[in-house]
Design a protein around this ligand. Structure first.
Ligand SMILES: *Cc1c(COP(=O)(O)O)cnc(C)c1O
Length: 428
């Protein structure tokens, strides 16, 4: 492998010391990688099986325009999603512009004035706070008379069952469960934990809708929240299930009634799923789904590699390299602003797009501090591609995610470490 090492040293400007350190860590996580490969194989076959079962054919790749009536490709894509997630129905559309939009459509379609939302896992993802009205925004659900209650995780990150039982009342219509840590320092929820939480909630109130924000979680395990009682699961196609090929889109899968309710909010009452032209992009959504298990594999390996490197350097990481993964996000507590900035700049240096650009912290609307974002992505904002974000405030957490292939994620992490090394922030 001398050729490869020399190529990396000569073409990516990596010090031999940095490279040797990283390669030594790679060796130590090989067993964990084998475990990830087995999950990927299962998920690849699950997706393949759904495509075969629905007789996917090249007629499905044709474009529709205008209203998009009888779009066979769109309908087949939705049947495939429903089979992959083992649900009655699915709404998978390029008209859903992001994960936040998909969650908005699922919530607004299923809630009516007087209903209450409960989050039993603490504060939801930043953008959702505006949607629900936890943070005041025009058009939020709270303006429509929908109320919100929250029960935080306990100090040891377990569910506060007593608090949840108290919070459920006759108005509680929908429970929203965020699988991924998002940008919080907390463990992401495994599907097994979600199962336990949903059974508890249903034992108190049988007809409450359990919706899982599945962003960053798809294909990380062999089962999904919809396999363990979730009535709805929602996510973004420029994250895991789009496999890096989908340039836009979101999905909502679950019970027919709830997916249908969402469809009337996405299009119009009376129109629902019957309309929505695909303009020729169905191929990329289907092919992206086909690639998704493999892309998630690369992302997970990148996350494990990074966690091993930084935990052995003495930093706090979540999760640890040996822990079970519940999403593709790796959080690293880098202790200083200088470390955070250098690492993110290094990640950017390893990107296929805009590798020559140096990201700097800036004032992002909606944040109480500056934020640095490293993303050299083919699709704008795509975080299934290798990316890193960090609010510039103590304890200086960096959230790294994505990687279209393991080998790209690997060089990205190495260039991240190299940049810290060059700035004198590391001793190896
Ligand atoms: C990314 C994300 C969202 C929102 O998705 P966008 O596509 O950025 O709007 C919601 N919840 C979680 C947990 C996420 O990771």
């Amino acid at each position: 492998m001398q050729d490869l090492e020399n190529f990396i040293i000569n073409n990516f400007g990596i010090d031999k010391k940095v490279l040797d350190f990283c390669l030594e860590k790679e060796e130590l996580v090989k067993e964990k990688f084998a475990e990830i490969d087995r999950i990927t194989e299962y998920n690849q076959l699950k997706v393949l099986n759904a495509m075969q079962k629905n007789k996917l054919s090249d007629v499905h790749f044709a474009a529709t325009t205008g209203y998009g009536y009888n779009d066979l490709g769109r309908d087949t894509l939705e049947k495939i999603y429903a089979d992959v997630f083992h649900t009655e129905d699915a709404l998978v559309r390029p008209q859903i512009i992001s994960g936040t939009h998909a969650l908005t459509v699922a919530l607004a379609g299923n809630l009516r004035p007087g209903d209450e939302i409960l989050s039993p896992v603490g504060v939801p993802y930043d953008t959702l706070q505006g949607v629900i009205g936890i943070r005041k925004e025009k058009g939020s659900l709270s303006e429509y008379g929908i109320t919100y209650r929250q029960v935080d995780l306990k100090e040891d990150y377990s569910f506060d069952y007593e608090g949840i039982e108290k919070a459920i009342n006759k108005k509680t219509k929908l429970v929203t469960i965020q699988r991924s840590k998002g940008y919080e320092w907390r463990p992401s929820l495994t599907v097994e934990q979600i199962k336990e939480l949903i059974s508890f909630i249903k034992s108190i109130k049988k007809d409450v809708i359990c919706m899982v924000d599945n962003c960053y979680g798809e294909f990380v395990q062999t089962i999904e929240p919809t396999d363990v009682g979730a009535d709805l699961a929602v996510g973004s196609l420029i994250k895991n299930p789009g496999g890096g090929l989908a340039a836009i889109g979101g999905y909502i899968v679950g019970k027919e009634e709830f997916v249908e309710n969402a469809s009337y909010r996405l299009t119009s009452p009376g129109l629902g799923k019957e309309v929505g032209a695909t303009l020729g992009i169905t191929t990329s959504l289907i092919q992206g789904l086909f690639m998704a298990p493999q892309v998630v594999n690369g992302s997970l390996k990148g996350a494990i590699f990074a966690s091993k490197i930084f935990e052995d350097l003495g930093y706090n990481v979540m999760p640890l390299s040996k822990e079970q993964r519940a999403d593709i996000v790796q959080c690293i507590q880098l202790d200083t602003a200088k470390n955070v900035i250098a690492f993110c700049q290094g990640i950017q240096k390893g990107a296929p797009v805009d590798s020559y650009v140096t990201p700097e912290p800036w004032d992002v609307p909606g944040y109480d501090c500056q934020v640095i974002m490293a993303a050299g992505a083919f699709v704008q904002g795509s975080s299934i591609e290798l990316s890193a974000d960090a609010p510039i405030k103590p304890p200086y957490n960096v959230f790294m995610q994505g990687g279209l292939s393991w080998h790209h994620a690997k060089i990205g992490v190495i260039t991240g470490l190299q940049t810290m090394y060059e700035k004198g922030l590391l001793k190896l």
